[in-house]
Design a protein around this ligand. Sequence first.
Ligand code: HEC
Length: 303
Amino acid sequence: MESSASANRMGSWALYGALLAAWTAMLGSLYFSEVRGYVPCTLCWYQRILMYPLAGLIAFGILRRDRHLPLLVLPFSLLGQGVSTYHYLIQKTTIFGAPTACAAGVPCTTVWINWLGFITIPLLAMIAFLLITIAMITAYYSNQPDEESETPLRWPVVAVIAGALLLYGGVYAQAQAAKEAKAAALPVTVLAGTEHAEHNPVEPAAASPALEEGKTLYAQACAACHGADGAGIATLGNGFDTSAFMAESDDTAVLAMVRAGREPGAVENTSGVAMPASGGRPDLTDQQLAAIIGYIRSEFTQK
Ligand code: HEC
């Protein structure tokens, strides 16, 4: 029957589309964490756990011509959609209240990318899960059980996987080379930003590159707990304007404290809340932390 054959073909293409979505999502998320250095939060990990198996599962299901593939994939994609939708909502709205669930490591409200003001990583995940869900439903209903089904084309599967891996490998290698070149060009004084460590009055806040970098990194790594204005957020992080610690310590001491974090039980702790080591961002270099501290000093602490 002509109609069921074309339905079958549509089902196959839906499956190839789902395969492409899963590989794009998996390698895209690896790109953000491994190349760009964005640390995944707890909710990101749940989404990864639900997405990564699909990259293999869908390829296997297509090659094996397994009619049950949609039934196997849908629980993953529907759950994933739920988690990413929830994640997006806590990033963009306050309907779930204060983000306490993830506050121990990288806060789930950390916004790494915000393209066009609304495209964040959880939104990209949500789209990928949705595309996979739609493709699976399409495939499920276009399968004709009694029909002699066509042999599935192997080349789209090979093309998707090989293309995705080649692209990722190329981007990764290029980023690695760029990183090495940058490290080689770095001045010997790693803590260049902490020259005024003796607590000298900070130079006027000219938009120096270090200050600009500090501002960006602060927004990514610290603002979720300390507030965009540095005034602190109740139950998450304290304010810098009223901080005796900031007033008394030089930049080296502040840097050491930020690196180590502060347990709720520590004698220095004033709020009873933990400050995670490096603000939950172990990837930040001393130089980057110094840039953040320079920014905090110039914008938030009393001079
Ligand atoms: C998950 C929440 C969280 C994140 C993210 C975070 N902090 Fe904190 N931070 C805290 C908490 C809570 C305290 C207060 C600890 C205490 O009561 O002594 C604190 C304290 C501090 C202090 C000491 C202030 C004082 O008065 O004792 C500094 C400095 C600091 N944070 C810097 C940073 C920087 C820089 C970043 C970003 C790289 C960062 N924090 C990210 C939660 C956070």
